[in-house]
Design a protein. Structure first.
Length: 416
């Protein structure tokens, strides 16, 4: 344990505390935005269908827009792209609040939310992009041996996975707390302020200048972004997003049936806590255990650990199952992102990381929609159990995909 802590201190020291703090705080507004929009519109209109459509428009637009901005960051650098996104995204969140308060039509409200989601920066994926050049600089300074770089990259992706999970827990929790103290509109305005400050700070942080752009990358002949392995990994994180969306929908339905709809977000947060702990613990896994192997075992574990969801009837029961299930999430998701970062051309890594994040977001929207329809009885009986069945099916598909693509993932060409 002390060795892992030492390694994390060396990792954080390589980038500096300011980068670690700003990169974490910069991703919280995105985690706040969907829940914030949902609550704001629900309170402003009294119509949960419109609220869900508005929040969904923001999430889907963010997933669609993120790879395009990632590609732009690859070409011209992260600094101008993320700075522009942070300013526009902050203004967009303010516009959503204004539109809701003015009582505009539902179509206009959905449109404003979609435009806001389109320009929201994906700080987490772009932070992952910076770790390789940060560590390369450390090698040149003689502070890290060249033979240690792969292990520290693995450690960096484990930390970033934990950071994502922590933001997914903290973001909705902040919305809930601020919603009680200053209202749903105040919570969303707070997200806008955080984005403007920390998103912009992340954009201009000195580490942004370390990331090569355009022709500054060393040529990588014969290597494409759209390889079979990358497509498999993108589908893998799409399935993981389906898992997240469906399990949140099922938890919400169960909490509502139990008369406590306000605790639905806290139930889902338990999943993030377990995953965050597992992510930090991945430092103890030997580098010799391949990412493809980790994904296979983790997906299998998620299928087994999710099966009790078909039997849960109370909030404590679902919390207990989700708390354990969370420990299998991080190894799967982090391994997919880490392997994707190694097999794509260095000049396209921003595109790759943001595309993976977008695929996760689209999976989330798909899972929430399918599970919501299942809970309403669209495919048979209604209630939380059919919604959780979507969760289990998504993980069963993930396990099968991991199993049949082991050779593709193991033989993927490492280029970065």
């Amino acid at each position: 344990m002390s060795s892992a802590l030492t390694d994390y201190r060396r990792l954080w020291g390589a980038a500096g505390f300011s980068f670690v703090a700003v990169a974490f705080l910069g991703r919280i507004p995105l985690a706040m935005s969907q829940m914030g929009v949902l609550l704001l519109v629900a309170q402003a209109t009294g119509r949960y269908g419109i609220a869900g459509a508005t929040a969904g428009a923001l999430a889907v637009a963010s997933a669609i827009g993120s790879p395009f901005f990632g590609a732009a960051a690859d070409r011209v650098g992260q600094r101008p792209v993320v700075l522009t996104q942070s300013i526009l995204g902050s203004l967009g969140l303010v516009a959503v609040v204004y539109a809701a308060d003015q009582g505009v039509s539902s179509g206009a409200l959905i449109g404003v939310a979609a435009m806001t989601g389109l320009v929201m920066p994906q700080v987490g994926p772009l932070a992952r992009v910076r770790w390789r050049p940060v560590l390369d600089r450390r090698v040149k300074q003689g502070r890290i041996r060249d033979s240690e770089v792969h292990r520290f990259v693995d450690l960096a992706f484990s930390y970033e996975g934990a950071g994502d999970e922590a933001s997914f827990v903290l973001g909705p929790a902040l919305v809930g707390i601020l919603g009680v103290l200053i209202g749903a509109d105040g919570a969303l305005l707070a997200a806008a302020a955080l984005l403007l400050v920390f998103g912009s700070w992340f954009a201009v942080h000195p580490t942004a200048a370390l990331v090569p752009r355009g022709s500054e990358h060393a040529p990588t002949h014969g290597v494409k972004l759209w390889t079979a392995a990358f497509i498999v990994l993108a589908f893998a994180v799409f399935l993981m997003g389906t898992f997240f969306g469906s399990i949140q929908a099922g938890s919400t339905v169960l909490a509502t049936q139990q008369g406590h709809p306000d605790v639905a977000g806290l139930i889902h947060a338990v999943l993030g806590v377990g995953s965050m702990i597992a992510a930090l613990s991945l430092a103890a896994v030997p580098v010799s255990v391949l990412y493809a192997t980790r994904m296979l075992w983790a997906s299998g574990a998620m299928v087994v650990l999710a099966l009790p969801l078909l039997l849960v009837q109370t909030i404590p029961q679902v919390v207990g199952v989700i708390a354990v299930l969370g420990f299998a999430v991080a190894p799967y998701l982090i391994s997919a992102f880490a392997l994707a970062g190694l097999i794509v051309p260095p000049a396209r890594i921003g595109t790759a990381m943001t595309f993976m994040a977008g695929a996760t977001g689209l999976g989330y929207a798909t899972g929430a929609s399918l599970a919501g329809r299942a809970a309403d009885g669209a495919f048979g009986p209604s209630g939380p159990t059919p919604a959780f069945a979507v969760t289990i099916r998504a993980m069963a598909v993930a396990f099968v995909v991991s199993l049949v693509t082991q050779r593709i993932l193991r033989n993927a060409r490492i280029v970065s």
